[in-house]
Design a protein around this ligand. Structure first.
Ligand code: PLP
Length: 344
């Protein structure tokens, strides 16, 4: 604040970007003002547009799907896997057409998609691979941070994400040329060496120096936050061991970051009742995302994605803030344990 560099120029932008690239192990990282525009830029730099299809899980946060429409392309939904809740690579393969240009892998709730299968099928069909890592800061797959498998990957630093800048995002990629193009679109399409000369229709998607300063400080703590999140998830697993609920399973090779501790109840009626009971005990929860194919903008005909619909109808995100105490978790677990489970 005292430096007066409060907009999108200043020392913290480059510091946060290089610190983040280093943390993830990515070649390049460009900061942006949120995770949604990060996805828009990721698709733009891949040249995806009108007439192209992008395969995306129906079970995701809406921004993953909307970004595909921002570039004029068509989202093609794929179903999810019943245990890990991540996009089902076999269903992705079934939905490939001559118009398919890319697959968007969304790493849900701190887990990881099956990147071996997705990378293999993308290279076999000559498709680009985009990773939406908004919920997966700190998640590893076969020892490598997610976001380093695809052509381009995005992160979010919204207030509920593992590290935050208030609003913020990052686009990471492998090549200097792609990074240059991301920065070009991010900064109003400014041509370079001539003031106010723009050679493409760009956007103002820049992060502020203030947000980058917050991000730089958050990065100093990221490993502590991840440690606390893992501890929290373990406490929940132990406290709920005898309850008839299902936790998110790990993809083979995944080392999760436990962004959100999520459970499935045996039936959707239990889900809604349990949420009410938790609410009256002062515990805020969230439902798992509604599948995007059920929303008015994307609903067509009677398409069914049975696994996504099932997970969405039975899922609850439990409080997952990294500074919850043992007593907090015990209190929440007590309410869940005392619930009159309807299954035998
Ligand atoms: C949070 C989130 C986003 C969007 O990030 P914002 O910073 O809120 O724009 C995109 N995709 C997924 C999967 C998310 O969870």
């Amino acid at each position: 604040m005292n430096s007066t560099w409060i907009s999108s120029k200043g020392e913290f932008i480059a510091r946060f970007e290089s610190g983040f690239a280093n943390f993830v192990g990515a070649g390049h990282a460009a900061s942006v003002c949120n995770g949604t525009v990060a996805l828009h830029l990721a698709l733009l730099v891949l040249g995806i547009g009108e007439g192209d299809e992008v395969i995306v899980p129906s079970l995701t946060y809406i921004a993953s799907v909307n970004a595909i429409r921002y570039v004029g392309a068509t989202p093609i939904f794929a179903d999810s896997l019943p245990d890990t809740w991540q996009i089902d690579p076999a269903d992705v393969e079934r939905r490939i057409t001559p118009r398919t240009k890319a697959v968007m892998a969304v790493h849900l709730y701190g887990g990881a998609c099956d990147m071996t299968a997705l990378s293999e099928l993308c290279s076999r069909h000559d498709l680009r691979l985009v990773e939406d890592c908004a919920e997966a800061i700190g998640t590893l797959y076969n020892g490598r941070h997610v976001g380093t498998f695809g052509d381009v990957a995005t992160f979010s630093f919204f207030g509920n994400k593992t590290i935050t800048t208030g609003e913020g995002g990052m686009v990471v990629c492998k090549t200097a040329a792609m990074d240059h193009s991301i920065r070009h679109f991010r900064g109003q399409g400014l041509a370079g060496d001539r003031e106010y000369w723009h050679d493409v229709i760009g956007y103002n998607y820049r992060m502020t120096n203030i947000c980058a300063a917050i991000g730089t400080a958050q990065l100093e703590r990221v490993n502590d936050i991840l440690r606390q999140k893992k501890w929290l998830a373990q406490r929940y697993h132990e406290a709920l061991i005898d309850v008839p609920i299902q936790f998110q399973a790990l993809t083979a090779g995944e080392s999760p970051s436990y962004w959100m501790v999520t459970i499935l109840t045996p039936a959707s009626t239990d889900r809604d009742e349990l949420r009410k009971k938790l609410k009256s005990a002062g515990v805020e929860t969230r439902p798992v995302f509604y599948p995007a194919h059920t929303m008015p903008m994307y609903a067509q005909g009677h398409r069914r994605f049975p696994v996504a619909e099932d997970i969405a109808s039975r899922g609850i995100n439990l409080p997952s803030w990294h500074q919850l105490s043992s007593e907090d978790i015990e209190g929440i677990a007590d309410v869940i344990r005392e619930f009159p489970w309807s299954i035998s």
